[in-house]
Ligand binder design. Structure first.
Ligand SMILES: NC(=O)c1ccc[n+]([C@@H]2O[C@H](COP(=O)([O-])OP(=O)(O)OC[C@H]3O[C@@H](n4cnc5c(N)ncnc54)[C@H](OP(=O)(O)O)[C@@H]3O)[C@@H](O)[C@H]2O)c1
Length: 289
């Protein structure tokens, strides 16, 4: 059976939309796995499944050589992380094995570790383990902030500027390190792993980070026409816990103040990619500079 298709789960999401555009530009046929309806491009087909059931997805996966698993949640809202990240990844990895999919590419998080002290990163680590132990060849990427049109961080910053008359809220000192990556570069790396052409990416866990380590303050200084409101870290956490509509959720804050950075040199070496865009271009891609 021909296995020329690449399945992309969470197909309506930010990274998925960008990845699907890249794969389409290369003539790679894509199977879009989503809980709902997805507007399809030429070369794409839909596999809709609200519950990611085997009955819905196994027939579609049998036609795919690779799955890029992008479905997941970064927000502490129902369903629980243990279901939407760890449980879902385990189910999808099992289905890939049964369907004979050759490779799984999974997007975890840069703070995932067996010692993770937050529910979000613990669920991402659990998901990584399920993928790695599935018996299917895998690449796990651990992304920093991925930036581009419609990315979650830029959306949050734009929301703050709307509510605060052009000003951004900075919790605590703002001296938290991060390593934003341009969505175009992130998708290039993901596509390389899905294609299976870089042996170093096989059965590897790789940080998905840009070339520049910057602080949150430095990043925000590049946002066009933005003023800064400093807010206490304690105040920000209190609001996050009390109010689901607060500017920062508990895990937005955990990820931010965690100051996670990664190994850019290894990403470059393993993907063989030449030029990566810096944080200024990532910010620009998010429409903020
Ligand atoms: N963007 C970043 O900066 C960043 C950083 C670190 C890690 N990541 C990880 O990378 C992956 C993709 O990120 P993204 O920014 O593209 O996220 P996104 O825009 O939120 O897309 C994720 C997609 O997953 C699906 N989904 C959401 N909740 C789900 C649930 N409970 N059960 C099943 N499917 C669900 C939805 O797709 P459908 O509606 O089509 O089903 C959603 O559009 C995620 O796993 C995220 O945690 C992203």
């Amino acid at each position: 059976m021909a296995r020329d298709r690449t399945a992309v789960s969470g197909a309506s999401g930010f990274v998925a939309r960008n990845l699907r555009a890249l794969l389409a530009s290369r003539g790679i046929p894509v199977t879009c796995i989503s809980r709902g309806r997805v507007r399809l491009r030429r070369g794409e087909e839909a596999a809709a499944s609200p519950s990611y059931s085997e009955a819905d997805l196994l027939p579609a996966l049998r036609r795919c050589g690779a799955l890029v698993h992008l479905a997941g949640s970064g927000r502490a809202a129902p369903p629980r992380y243990s279901d939407s990240n760890a449980g879902l990844a385990a189910r999808v990895a099992r289905m890939c094995r049964r369907a004979g999919v050759r490779r799984i590419v999974y997007l975890s998080g840069l703070g995932a570790s067996p010692r993770a002290a937050t529910a979000y990163f613990a669920s991402k680590y659990e998901a990584e383990r399920a993928v790695a132990l599935s018996g299917v060849q895998y690449t796990v990427f651990r992304p920093s902030f991925i930036m581009g049109r419609g990315d979650p961080l830029s959306r949050r910053l734009r929301g703050q500027m709307r509510r605060r008359a052009g000003r951004l809220a900075v919790p605590g000192s703002g001296e938290y390190e991060m390593q934003p990556i341009h969505v175009g570069d992130a998708c290039e790396a993901i596509a390389a792993a899905a294609a299976g052409l870089r042996p170093g990416l096989a059965n590897a866990t790789v940080d998905l980070v840009g070339p520049d380590v910057v602080t949150y303050n430095e990043l925000l200084s590049g946002v066009r026409h933005a003023g800064i409101d400093r807010i206490g870290l304690e105040e920000a956490y209190r609001a996050a816990v009390r109010d689901p509509a607060a500017e920062f959720g508990p895990d937005d804050l955990n990820i931010l103040v965690g100051g996670f950075t990664g190994d850019f040199g290894r990403l470059r070496r393993l993907t063989g990619m030449g030029r990566f865009r810096g944080y200024g271009e990532a910010l620009e891609a998010g429409g903020l500079s």
